[in-house]
Ligand binder design. Structure first.
Ligand SMILES: C[S@@+](CC[C@H](N)C(=O)[O-])C[C@H]1O[C@@H](n2cnc3c(N)ncnc32)[C@H](O)[C@@H]1O
Length: 206
């Protein structure tokens, strides 16, 4: 069995990465499930215990992939969900689940074609990392977040400082406050190549 995890997280070319996700799309959910993907559970815990949000809140799933993590949102009865991803094939699977109101194919490393201050919650799991989406995208994501809106993301320990995410979050200090940072956990416990990650919750100030 090919270890797509190793393949995608070691890829440095964006166009090759897009091809990898094209080829992985049909098996993505099965692989993530067998590796014990921890983000769905982490998101569930945050939305059940930490943040009390209205079910009508407008949500963006940034780098939504197949919608594996957004299934948690759907099970918790959130209905107003938009997804963005740069892989048409991952979006095809996401579309088939009928949990998104809108799906858009675009790169998060470019300007996002959405008006400012419209989402009450943005989630972004497994995306802010090497070869995928860099720290400069954070400013653009915060732009489309409403004041007092929340941004929940995962960032691997190995890239948090090295790839500039820590610095960029500090640069955003007039725009966001850090509400919480989780303990480090293994994102995919049944995959030996899995990184240790933390969940970050940022709140937009105004
Ligand atoms: C590991 S998957 C995570 C998907 C989903 N968030 C989850 O947790 O299951 C990473 C996703 O990021 C997407 N991606 C990678 N680079 C991207 C970019 N520059 N812009 C938008 N999406 C990107 C990939 O297509 C893939 O669906």
């Amino acid at each position: 069995m090919k270890d797509w995890l190793k393949t995608v997280y070691s890829e440095t070319s964006s166009s090759k990465l897009n091809k990898h996700y094209k080829n992985w799309a049909n098996l993505y959910d099965t692989d993530m499930s067998s590796w014990g993907y921890a983000y769905p559970l982490q998101l569930n815990k945050i939305l059940t215990n930490k943040l009390k949000l209205k079910k009508t809140i407008k949500i963006l799933d940034a780098g939504c992939g197949t919608g594996y993590v957004a299934e948690v949102l759907s099970k918790l009865n959130y209905k107003n969900i938009t997804g963005i991803d740069f892989s048409e094939e991952m979006l095809t699977i996401a579309r088939s689940k009928k949990i998104y109101k809108k799906l858009m194919c675009q790169s998060l490393n470019e300007k996002i074609e959405l008006r400012s201050k419209q989402f009450g919650l943005i989630i972004c799991t497994g995306v802010l990392t090497s070869g995928h989406v860099g720290p400069s995208a954070l400013h653009e994501l915060v732009r489309i977040l409403k004041p007092q809106g929340f941004f929940i993301c995962s960032i691997a320990e190995s890239v948090y400082k090295k790839n500039g995410f820590e610095k960029e979050i500090k640069n955003l200090k007039n725009l966001v406050s850090i509400k919480s940072i989780s303990k480090a956990f293994v994102a995919l416990p049944n995959n030996k190549n899995s990184a240790k990650s933390r969940m970050y919750i940022l709140e937009k100030l105004n």
